[in-house]
Write a protein that binds this ligand. Structure first.
Ligand code: 6PG
Length: 470
């Protein structure tokens, strides 16, 4: 091979293949490598006229096929597989060449890799790529982290292949080293929360309002034309309308209620805890998946543990519109939490994270794309230092208007014994956040009681200890 190709790409799983085709469609020539060489050969052989894709049988050949300074994208499972590929590539590359990890890497790994590769004179970009298979193929949302020089090498490719929102590419260089993967991790945390909130809403529609699948599909389809307009609501309507060809029943009811998770949601929660930022709705979404996974244990518990009398689909005084309000407001709460974590990470790591820009590039291409993101972008444009999204006057007013419905929904869920940890945690987050006084004074007293941890008084500065047993 001559050194003719614009880019290298390693890892031809579903995401890697679709990203490669997207890149090739935009006129960039590629050398591709996959651990199973036959996969790369078959992939290159299937390229359409105009798509310049060469398969390499080994990494050395891939590197030899690239124009200088070389740029190689990795799209591999997070962890050891990515480390191995980066190490092997680093040994073959020269100073000035750039490696771009487009997988769902843990941001701390990206920071470590950036340090190690930069020390060897190589550029490193950690890029979060969202949008699933379809996004990778036709336009994802891309969050890049790395030095300006390293990112500049790949920016024209990202600009070209990213989704477009109102004509602008959904690609941003969000910050240095791990910033891109950090922002993608919070995207996924919000994705988990959004999915959980929708699932709870479906459960309440079915078990409290007694709606059938046609009515539920119609409700989500109608919501998708209003404020709730989003990709996840759109696909929910499509899912609810699908009939299982084997049984003739709604397909969704034939699906085992055990949710998988590959880890990014949990990472987001761990990062929030580590930063000392509350993200209860994201945590509730991760934990709901964890509880769903213990199916056999739940089935045993269902026979032993009682709850309220079975919900009789009595409506509990709820209207369908109440559910739409609760879903929207809880979703605002989840975004507020996610952006608060992003903000704190920026301060901790010295990253200047522009939240208006992040909201802007989430408006298209990614899984959480939603009409709401345009309003979130506007809120951060109005006030770049906004401490919490709920404090934006437009959002504060919107929550104020809908909170009655939100409270009715959470009360109905509790009353009927239908779990709604996402909707409920977001409401508790709102109520805690707006409380000028919380019962933490009692907690401080207890801490001082059993551990002499001391407390502060409301009327003067300083630490005080009381001998509580005297
Ligand atoms: C995306 C998605 C994707 C992510 C899964 C999460 O933005 O395209 O976030 O990158 O990996 O959707 O997968 P799990 O639900 O399996 O954790």
């Amino acid at each position: 091979m001559t050194a003719s190709q614009d880019l290298g790409l390693i890892g031809l799983g579903v995401m890697g293949q679709n990203l490669a085709l997207n890149i090739a469609d935009h006129g960039f020539s590629l050398a591709v490598f996959n651990r199973t060489v036959a996969t790369a050969q078959a992939f290159a052989a299937a390229a359409e006229p105009g798509q310049k894709i060469q398969a390499a049988a080994e990494l050395k050949a891939l590197v030899a096929a690239l124009k200088r300074p070389r740029a190689v994208i990795t799209m591999l499972p997070a962890g050891a597989a990515t480390d191995e590929a980066l190490d092997a590539l680093a040994a073959l590359l020269e100073p000035g060449d750039v490696l771009i990890d487009c997988g769902n890497a843990l941001y701390a790994d990206t920071m470590r890799r950036e340090r190690a590769l930069t020390a060897r004179g190589l550029g490193f970009v950690g890029a979060g790529v969202s949008g699933g298979e379809e996004g990778a193929r036709h336009g994802p949302s891309i969050m890049a982290g790395g030095s300006a020089d390293a990112v500049a090498r790949i920016a024209p490719v990202f600009e070209a292949i990213a989704a477009k929102a109102e004509g602008a590419a959904c690609y941003a260089h969000v910050g240095p080293d791990g910033a891109g993967h950090f922002v993608k991790m919070l995207h996924n945390g919000i994705e988990y929360a959004d999915m959980q909130l929708i699932a709870e809403t479906y459960d309440l529609m079915r078990r409290v309002l007694g709606l059938d699948h046609g009515a539920m599909q119609a409700a989500f389809a109608q919501w998708n034309r209003g404020e709730l307009d989003s990709y996840l609501i759109e696909i929910t309507a499509a899912v609810l309308g699908r009939i299982d060809p084997e049984t003739g029943a709604p397909l969704v009811e034939q699906i085992l209620d055990r949710a998988g998770q590959k880890g990014t949601g949990g990472w987001a929660v761990a990062a929030a805890l580590e930063l000392g930022v509350a993200a209860p709705t994201i945590a509730a979404a991760v934990e709901a998946r964890t509880l769903s996974a213990i199916k056999a244990e739940r089935e045993r518990a269902a026979k032993l543990l009682s709850g309220p009398a079975p919900a009789l689909a009595d409506g509990a005084g709820l209207a369908l519109d109440d559910l739409a309000e609760a879903l929207l407001l809880a979703k605002i709460g989840a975004y507020a939490q996610g952006f608060a974590v992003i903000d704190a990470a920026g301060r901790r790591h010295g990253w200047t994270l522009d939240r208006a820009r992040i909201a802007a590039i989430w408006r298209a291409g990614c899984i959480i794309r939603a009409r709401l993101l345009g309003q979130i972008m506007a809120a951060y444009e109005r006030a770049p230092d906004l401490v919490n999204l709920m404090l934006d006057p437009a959002f504060a007013a919107r929550i104020g208007r809908g909170q009655g419905a939100w409270r009715r929904v959470v009360a109905a869920a509790v009353g009927h014994g239908v779990p709604a940890p996402g909707l409920g945690s977001a409401l508790a987050y709102y109520d805690s956040y707006r409380a000028a006084r919380l019962p933490a004074n009692l907690i401080q007293a207890q801490r001082d009681f059993f551990g002499a941890h001391t407390y502060e008084r409301i009327d003067r500065p300083g630490s005080v200890h009381t001998d509580w047993t005297s």
